[in-house]
Design a protein around this ligand. Structure first.
Ligand code: ADP
Ligand code: LRH
Length: 490
């Protein structure tokens, strides 16, 4: 029996067919597609209907292979949403979280609701694009739409609704809105009221593994397939990625490495201490009511944008080519703090890297290899810093780091991460989110008793590449320089 996982990342989406036999997972990629945002006027949107179309294409691929699906599920990037009108239709095209409408919005909201109050209610880190700030910006620019709207759905909720006609809000994604209160186990009525958001928009929150309906007859007729049950998995892609970490030790550190780098550990209860607020760590909901104590690091986004810029200029490099150029460039030239707000919005990263370097008294990298090396070394050094904060905050000591996600195909980054943290990196699987998505579907079908059994089978089914730390002295010195350039202290 086969099941299907759709994993929509900020840069691309894929459909993976999964089969479980003799306690081995086999996956087959049925469909892969770019997820290109679309700029209209000054606003940046996701191409939501195209994504829905691609999901249908994935279902068609399964049909063409003669596969009868036992279930399917969708996970995607977090924080973004659509509003549904009273007639059941999507009222407007969802914004991309990198749209500029949230610039300055955090400070504006803090005037009504203090930062510590929001954190104390939600346990979520402050990122200007969190749904709470997007909704505040949206309400300010278009109050009328909130009078029209009947329901608020996150991206996977929305796509699942298109497929099944059923509206529900999945837990892992709901937590990323910064409007969900883990202590009361529901939407925070006080926050909604103070933001003047109608609480009726926010529906029933369901935990990962919930049966969420089946394909509408109109959808199965259109595709010429039978009824397929749809499961609400950990629909936040990072929740699914961490579900797939093949850890044997219950206390483990992870780095989900894609467009974003998400680093942290898993905890049973959210850590909502003063220190967590000060370090700006988050507590995102996960599988089996677990929480991910983690921090966002800007990740390979900066490299993606550089690549896009070179593509635009007609000098196309593949990711492996860029990695090779970085390898050939001199070590430890300039460093950036990848999390500087300069790098958040889309566009040409080259002048921003240049600006950062000049402001910090460094010679800016010029050649493509130097630029890529600067980005990758800086990421590895930032990982070391955040790993240390994770240890301090969780009170745990980690003897290595699990890396999952598309970024592990960058072997140089994996090796440099091991060098920077001075501990081994265990890399795999690359398709973490899609595999975590499959695993939760199987848990909901009783094929695994819990996530730990699933992780054991994932460990036995997919290779893990070990990177041992090297060149420790050189990386130690680089780290000291990085901290002072980035203005960070331990
Ligand atoms: P997301 O799910 O956020 O869209 P992925 O997990 O697919 O992201 O990871 C995409 C990133 O993986 C790219 O930005 C790129 O840096 C890296 N990557 C993908 N393929 C390769 C490759 N062949 N070699 C090196 N890096 C790669
Ligand atoms: C990674 C991710 C991350 C969020 C960001 C918006 O894809 O879901 O966990 O912070 O996208």
């Amino acid at each position: 029996m086969s099941i299907l996982a759709f994993d929509l990342g900020a840069s691309s989406g894929r459909a993976l067919l999964g089969r479980l036999s003799d306690r081995k997972i086999e996956v087959e990629e049925l469909h892969r597609f770019p997820n290109d945002p679309v700029k209209v006027g000054n606003r940046l949107h996701w191409d939501i209907l195209r994504l829905y179309h691609e999901i249908k294409q994935g279902l068609l691929q399964a049909k063409h292979k003669g596969v009868k699906l036992q279930s399917m599920a969708i996970d995607s990037w977090a924080v973004d949403y659509g509003l549904i009108g009273r007639n059941g239709e999507l009222l407007s095209n969802p914004y991309h979280y990198r749209d500029q409408h949230t610039d300055g919005m955090m400070e504006k909201v803090f005037r009504t609701i203090p930062r510590a109050d929001i954190f104390g209610r939600t346990g979520i880190q402050f990122l200007q694009f969190n749904t709470i700030f997007q909704l505040a910006a949206h309400r300010q620019s278009n109050p009328a739409i909130f009078r029209e709207a009947d329901r608020f759905l996150m991206i996977p909720d929305l796509l699942r609704y298109f497929l099944t006609g059923e509206m529900m809000n999945e837990f892992s994604n709901a937590t990323t809105t910064q409007l969900y209160n883990p202590r009361t186990g529901g939407w925070d009525a006080e926050l909604l009221a103070r933001l003047e958001l109608p609480s009726s928009l926010f529906g029933r929150v369901v935990y990962s593994g919930t049966y969420a309906g089946e394909l509408l007859p109109s959808v199965s007729d259109e595709l010429g397939i039978g009824a397929v049950p749809v499961i609400a998995v950990a629909e936040h892609d990072t929740g699914s990625a961490v579900a797939a970490v093949p850890a044997l030790d219950r206390s483990f550190a992870y780095l989900s490495c894609g467009t974003w780098s998400l680093m942290g550990t898993e905890v049973d209860e959210p850590v909502m201490s003063e220190l967590a607020l000060q370090l700006n760590f988050t507590n995102e909901g996960g599988v089996g009511h677990s929480y991910r104590l983690l921090k966002n690091i800007m990740g390979l986004w900066i490299l993606q944008e550089m690549k896009r810029e070179w593509d635009r200029a007609g000098i196309s490099y593949s990711f492996p080519e860029l990695v090779k150029l970085a390898q050939q460039a001199p070590a430890f030239g300039a460093f950036i703090d990848p999390d500087d707000p300069l790098f958040l919005h889309p566009g040409d990263m080259r002048p921003r890297i240049r600006q950062y370097c000049i402001q910090t008294g460094q010679q800016p990298p010029e050649q493509p290899g130097e630029i890529v090396r600067c980005i990758l070394e800086s990421l590895a050094l930032k990982y070391r810093y955040v790993l240390l904060l994770t240890e301090r905050l969780s009170g745990k000591q980690f003897n290595g780091l699990h890396m999952v996600g598309g970024g592990i195909q960058n072997e140089l980054l994996c090796q440099w991460t091991a060098n920077a943290i001075g501990k081994p990196v265990w890399a795999g699987p690359a398709e973490g989110s899609a595999i975590g998505n499959l695993a939760v579907q199987w848990i909901s079908q009783g094929m695994f008793s819990d996530i730990w059994e699933a992780r054991k089978v994932i460990r036995e089914s997919f290779p893990v590449t070990i990177y041992e730390p090297a060149q420790l002295q050189a990386w130690e010195e680089a780290y000291g320089r990085f901290l002072s350039i980035a203005g960070l202290s331990e």
